[in-house]
Each structure stands twice: as C-alpha cells, then as structure tokens.
Design a protein around this ligand. Structure first.
Ligand SMILES: NC(=O)C1=CN([C@@H]2O[C@H](COP(=O)(O)OP(=O)(O)OC[C@H]3O[C@@H](n4cnc5c(N)ncnc54)[C@H](OP(=O)(O)O)[C@@H]3O)[C@@H](O)[C@H]2O)C=CC1
Ligand SMILES: O=C(O)C(=O)Cc1ccc(O)cc1
Length: 447
C-alpha cells in the first residue's frame, strides 16, 4: 500500500525544529523557519542565557536555556556552532537527543561533524546535515544548499526538504566526502588567496585603494573581497580550512604555485612563464567564449573604494590570479565543474581570473609586466611570503596562530571595514543578479 506524504502544514503541526548555536547562521535559520510557520526552539551558550533572553525577546522562535532542553524537544536538531568545537558540543548534548529525532549541523566541513554524530548520538537517531554555501547576509534564494543524508529514511529526507524549502535555495545532495572535497577546491583556496592579499597589504602598510599603483576593476574586486573576509569572524575561515584535510593539499599547492611563478618572474624567464600559464589556461578555460564572460569592465570599475576618479589602467603582475589557475591545472581541477556547489566569493574569484585569462590579450600583457616591470616586486614578494605563511598555519592545524594572524590584519583594515563591506555587498549583489540573468538566458536557450 502506498503511503501519501504529509503536507508541509501537517509536518508543521507535528514537528519541532531545534537550533543549537544562535550566532549568525543559527539565527538566520531560526528566523526563517519560524517565520515560515514551523515551531522553532533554540539555544546559545548557557552562561549567556539571561542576556540572550533580552536579545531574542522579539523573535518568532523560543529561546531555551541549553542544548539538552533543545535536544529533548526537537525532531530535527541543527548544530550551528564553531567547527573547532563540534565534537565537544555534540558530546555534551548528543546523548539527550529525543528518541528517533534527526540531527544535522551547519559546520563548513562535514567529515568531523558526521564523526561527532556517529560517536555521540544514540543509534536510534538519524543524521541529515546541511550546509548553506553563503554568508548570513546573502539572500538565500537560488544559493546552493548542500544536504548530506548520512543515516536516514526517505521520509526523514522528505521532512528536511520540506523544512528547508522556505529558503528557496538550490538543493545539492552530496555525501560528506564529496562535499569536503569540493569545498576544499572552492572555498578554502579562495579564502587563502584573499587572506594573503590582505596580509601582504598590511605588511607593506598600504590600503590598496589609496595608491595609484592599483587602479581598475580587477583591483576593486580583489580589495572588496579581501575586506569582506576580514570583516567576518576568523573561526569561520579557520574551521573550514583546518578541519578539512583536502584543503591542506590545495592551499599548499596554491602557495607553491605562487612561489614558483614569482621565481620565474624575478628570473626574467618570460618564455617559460608564458608557456606554463598558457598550458594552464588551455586546461581550465578551453571552453570559455570571450564574448560571454561573467564580468566586464562596467561591473568591475563601478565598485571602487578609492576617492580618486578612475584614471588610466595600470598593468599589474596579478600573481594571486595567475597562481590560482596554475594550481588548478596542477591539481587537475576544472573549477566550472564545482559551480553547482559554489559560494558567491568563489564565483567572483573565478569571474575575475576568467576575465584576466580570456579577455583580449590581458594575460600576455600581464606576463610581460610581471617579468619586466619591477613596480610590483615588493608587493609580490610580500604576497608570496603571506601565502606561504597561511599555508603553513592551515596545514599545521594551528587555530591560535590562525586567529592571531587574522586579527592582526583585521586590525589594520578596521577603520575601513564598514565602508568596504557596504560596497562589497553591492558588488556581490550586482554580480549575483547578473549570474542569475545569465543562467536564466542559458536555460531559455535549451530546447
Ligand atoms: N558565517 C558564515 O558565513 C557561515 C558559517 N558556517 C558555519 O556555520 C557554523 C556557525 O557559524 P556562524 O553562525 O557564522 O558563527 P557564530 O560564531 O556567529 O555562531 C556560533 C554560535 O554558537 C555558540 N555556541 C558556542 N558554544 C555553544 C554551546 N555549547 N551551546 C550553544 N551555542 C554555543 C557561539 O557562542 P560564542 O560565540 O559565545 O562562542 C555562537 O553564538 C560554523 O561552523 C561556520 O563555519 C556555514 C556557512 C556560512
Ligand atoms: O562565500 C564565502 O566563501 C564566504 O566567505 C561565506 C561562507 C563562509 C563559510 C561557509 O561555510 C560558507 C560561506
């Protein structure tokens, strides 16, 4: 006999949703689910309960004292806590989980999260994890939402899909292993590149928008994204890279590419550099049509933090962008294969590199400048050292050192972060709207 599936309304009458961790992402979910008609209970740290009662007083979800109370009551519990602490927090509350309930997490690397669930949850509990591939201030509509069904029935999955449908994100079903491999390729290396730019600018004591050496659209995108990362919480980026073993390999390869390309530049090896980069271009961008690039001058030029009017463009060696394509080639990664599972920052990073490699003869101009013009040597040397430093910190798995380096650079940019973030948000919104338009146009072409 075939069972009819319950409607969302019926599920909403039966099920309680629980959030453990009401920071940026936990609060986003708690709000969205409760506003869509689900009963939602949540908790943050128990020692902050009294303060949080005031903070969350006007919300449409219910604040409980701790994760035990959430776990006893909820039918689907989502841990939305720092990746570094996931095992410890699941060990605390996991044994209190309601019989038969489903449990998942929002941390950015699924291997350690699923291991924590397997270790600490009673065997009757099911496991379905989530990962929204965007920050808390991005519109959830159309963004990828990874669902990892690890230990659960079709009915359980159906319930979770009904719950998340209010986000209107694009569901991507993956295993934990697939998820971690792809996000190492997309997120971890993207962050490593922009973290290194920020550290290098801070090391030479230079805001990039305050010097005529850096003008033009590509520079705007680099500065805005770097500032966006430094205006966020360090633990988000540390957790994502350090807890994912695949990310270590990627970040180390990126820093090796940076160092090798820089060596070719300062040795004046133009022909070798050109051959190496054209090979990488052919591998990564062979299908790209120059008339159909994600970004154009118009978009890129619009979002500058500089107070000066845009002048003539200054060529740059673009070491950070040359190196990402070189490392994709050496790791056999075609970044377009991961677009279904990509974050806004990754899509912009890809858009900017695509622009540099495929627009007119920009790539050859850039190679020429890299070898012959010494204006950027000091910056490129600092970038090379910064990327090697970040790769070491990540592969040694040192959270404390990560935090120290991150906050040191963050301090340097602090006076500009609010303005930079507002501009970065506009830039990202424009680019995402544009991506949506392009996708819609492509879908319309399919017969
Ligand atoms: N921010 C982002 O862009 C994204 C983040 N993620 C991932 O989602 C997770 C949450 O990130 P985000 O919301 O940004 O981080 P936040 O730091 O804003 O939120 C985590 C919350 O969990 C709280 N917490 C710590 N211990 C406990 C506990 N024992 N019980 C209940 N709550 C606790 C923290 O309190 P306190 O701060 O006082 O320790 C904090 O309020 C992370 O794993 C992150 O990597 C995923 C997608 C996007
Ligand atoms: O887009 C990015 O890379 C971000 O910086 C936001 C972000 C951070 C962590 C995640 O797990 C997912 C998205």
């Amino acid at each position: 006999m075939e069972h009819t599936k319950p409607s969302i309304k019926q599920l909403q009458e039966q099920k309680v949703i629980g959030l453990i961790g009401l920071g940026d992402m936990g609060c986003l979910y708690a709000r969205r689910f409760s506003q869509a008609g689900w009963r939602v209970v949540g908790c943050d740290r128990e020692d902050l309960y009294e303060t949080n009662k005031t903070k969350f007083a006007d919300e449409s979800f219910e604040l409980l004292k701790n994760g035990h109370l959430v776990s006893r009551l909820a039918d689907y519990i989502i841990y939305s806590v720092e990746a570094e602490n996931i095992n410890r927090i699941v060990s605390l509350y996991g044994p209190s989980t309601k019989i038969g309930a489903i449990v998942g997490g929002q941390t950015s690397c699924k291997g350690p999260e699923i291991s924590a669930f397997e270790e600490h949850l009673p065997p009757d509990n099911k496991i379905i994890s989530l990962h929204s591939l965007h920050g808390p201030k991005v519109n959830t509509v159309g963004q990828p939402l990874v669902i990892v069904r690890h230990r659960a029935s079709d009915e359980d999955l159906y319930f979770v899909e009904q719950l998340v449908s209010c986000l209107q994100s694009k569901k991507v079903l993956l295993t934990a292993k697939e998820h971690d491999r792809i996000t190492a390729d997309t997120q971890a290396v993207t962050h490593a590149a922009f973290l290194s730019m920020g550290t290098a600018w801070s090391a030479i004591n230079q805001y990039p928008w305050e010097t005529p050496r850096w003008v033009g659209g590509i520079e705007n995108a680099k500065a805005n994204i770097s500032m966006r990362i430094y205006s966020n919480k360090w633990h988000v980026y540390a957790g994502l890279a350090i807890t994912n073993p695949s990310a270590h390999e990627q970040v180390l390869m990126y820093s090796q590419s940076v160092s090798e390309l820089f060596t070719l530049m300062i040795s004046g090896e133009e022909a070798i550099l050109r051959e190496r980069l054209h090979k990488a271009k052919e591998f990564v961008f062979h299908h790209v049509n120059e008339n159909d690039l994600l970004l154009d001058d118009n978009i890129l030029d619009r979002y500058s933090l500089s107070k000066e009017p845009p002048g003539g463009k200054q060529p740059n060696s673009h070491l950070s962008l040359l190196a990402i394509v070189d490392s994709w080639f050496r790791l056999g990664i075609i970044p377009y294969d991961h677009i279904i599972c990509s974050t806004p920052l990754f899509r912009i990073f890809l858009g900017v590199t695509e622009y540099l490699f495929c627009r007119g003869n920009l790539l050859d101009e850039c190679i020429k400048v890299a070898v012959s013009d010494t204006t950027f040597r000091h910056d490129d040397l600092n970038f090379t050292m910064a990327s090697s430093n970040w790769a070491n910190i990540i592969s040694f798995g040192n959270f404390d050192l990560y935090r120290r380096e991150f906050e040191k650079t963050q301090e340097f940019f602090k006076p500009m972060l609010t303005e930079a973030n507002a501009l970065g948000n506009q830039m990202i919104k424009t680019i995402l709207d544009r991506v949506r338009e392009k996708e819609a146009a492509a879908d319309a072409k399919i017969p």
